[in-house]
Design a protein around this ligand. Structure first.
Ligand SMILES: CC(=O)N[C@H]1[C@@H](OP(=O)(O)OP(=O)(O)OC[C@H]2O[C@@H](n3ccc(=O)[nH]c3=O)[C@H](O)[C@@H]2O)O[C@H](CO)[C@@H](O)[C@@H]1O
Length: 368
């Protein structure tokens, strides 16, 4: 089966595509995968590292206001359609899948006009503009969250699947993960990440935990995001924290083996992007969530509250986040192991590890 997957910009759109790619390869022999993204998106770094071919096209998001920029974006989208046509003509996919981000627009639209089976996957309760526009052209719209249904007009096209989680995340054992990360298995570990691009406010307040981590007898794996890494390292060094790859505090710009971090984490501190939360709950990890306040329709707070209301997470709003608040919450949680255990069970209950299988079945049906 030849499968063309397009999705990008941020990790939240890329990793569901990668999960689908690996899920298909796991189920079917002779699966040939090609990704299409943009050069500027994180996909141009992540996809080749995962061992897949990536073709890039010229496209950018459309500005909301009428301006010269809008005209230029239309021209680029036109070019993107021509490039998509040429990629599709030479790859000859049996199905084209879009996992969100504006790069999917020209790719999925071109495939649909050429009568190639098409599927889009929406990770969020409030769908992105590209998926809302593409919905009328595609064969199926797979949703992670039932609340997104009302934004898509065709009832019979939409199907609730959940958000696919990469197989390696579902399968990795703690023993394998400890070896992979080279860290101490005796101490509990807090994993911090601010979505796929990092979060400045989370970095700033987590730094205030650095000198207290030893007192709590914990380890901290702090993923800063590539942009924030240098300033976090400088701050750590000014606090006398050296050897950032060893010891109780490990600071990394980005983790390409997130499966290992998730397999060892006893608590996650993070933003509340839909893909990250699907992984956290599939692994049953308790979380402190600090939703990104500028996400469209405030959808990250919606995501975070849904975990909180089910007992799987505590929420701190970005404008209320301080190092002290974070420290107080972390120490309260680790003082009572039972609290963490209850949160962990609640988290696991919300996880949908079956989402990947659901999508694989839909893809098989569309290509038969
Ligand atoms: C600011 C914004 O609008 N963010 C959106 C974006 O978030 P974003 O791209 O941050 O996506 P998520 O937080 O949902 O997921 C992050 C993904 O990156 C991976 N990861 C992260 C850090 C790292 O070092 N290594 C790594 O592999 C995580 O395992 C996860 O797969 O897409 C999500 C899914 O559409 C949306 O819900 C978010 O609201």
């Amino acid at each position: 089966m030849k499968v063309l997957i397009s999705g990008g910009g941020t990790g939240g759109h890329i990793y569901p595509g990668l999960a689908i790619a690996k899920g298909l390869e796991d189920k079917f022999d002779n699966t040939d995968i090609l990704f299409v993204g943009t050069e500027k998106g994180l996909e141009s770094d992540i996809i080749p590292k995962e061992g897949y071919d990536l073709k890039t096209i010229t496209v950018e998001g459309l500005p909301r206001k009428i301006s010269l920029k809008l005209f230029k974006s239309f021209l680029k989208t036109g070019l993107g359609i021509l490039e998509s046509r040429s990629i599709i003509k030479s790859f000859k996919p049996d199905i084209v899948i879009g996992t969100g981000g504006y790069v999917c627009g020209p790719v999925v639209l071109t495939a649909s006009l050429r009568k190639i089976p098409t599927l889009i996957h929406e990770q969020n309760a409030y769908p992105g503009i590209t998926n809302r526009l593409l919905a009328r052209f595609v064969d199926k719209v797979a949703l992670s969250n039932g609340d997104a249904k009302k934004y898509f007009h065709s009832e019979e096209k939409t199907i609730l699947t959940g958000n696919p989680v990469r197989l390696e995340i579902l399968k990795k054992t703690k023993k394998e993960a400890l070896k992979e990360l080279g860290i101490n298995g005796d101490k509990k570990l807090i994993l911090v990440f601010g979505g796929s691009r990092g979060a400045e406010s989370i970095n700033r307040s987590v730094i205030e935990l650095y000198d207290k981590i030893k007192d709590l007898d914990l380890q901290l794996l702090h993923i800063t995001g590539k942009k924030g890494y240098e300033s976090v390292i400088q701050k750590a060094e000014s606090m006398g924290i050296k050897g950032v790859e060893v010891g109780d505090i490990i600071i990394k710009p980005y983790l390409y083996n997130m499966s290992a971090a998730l397999a060892v984490a006893d608590l996650v501190i993070s933003r509340a992007g839909a893909t990250g939360l699907a992984e956290i709950t599939a692994c049953g990890i308790p979380a402190i969530l600090i939703p990104y306040p500028y996400a469209s329709e405030n959808h990250q707070e919606y995501n975070a509250r849904s975990l909180e209301n089910n007992g799987a997470a505590k929420v701190i709003l970005d404008n209320e986040l301080t190092g002290k608040k974070l420290y107080d919450l972390v120490s309260t949680l680790f003082q009572d192991e039972n609290k963490l255990l209850i949160m962990s069970r609640a988290s696991k209950n919300l996880g949908k590890p079956e989402a990947l299988d659901n999508l694989v079945k839909i893809i098989r049906n569309l290509t038969m």
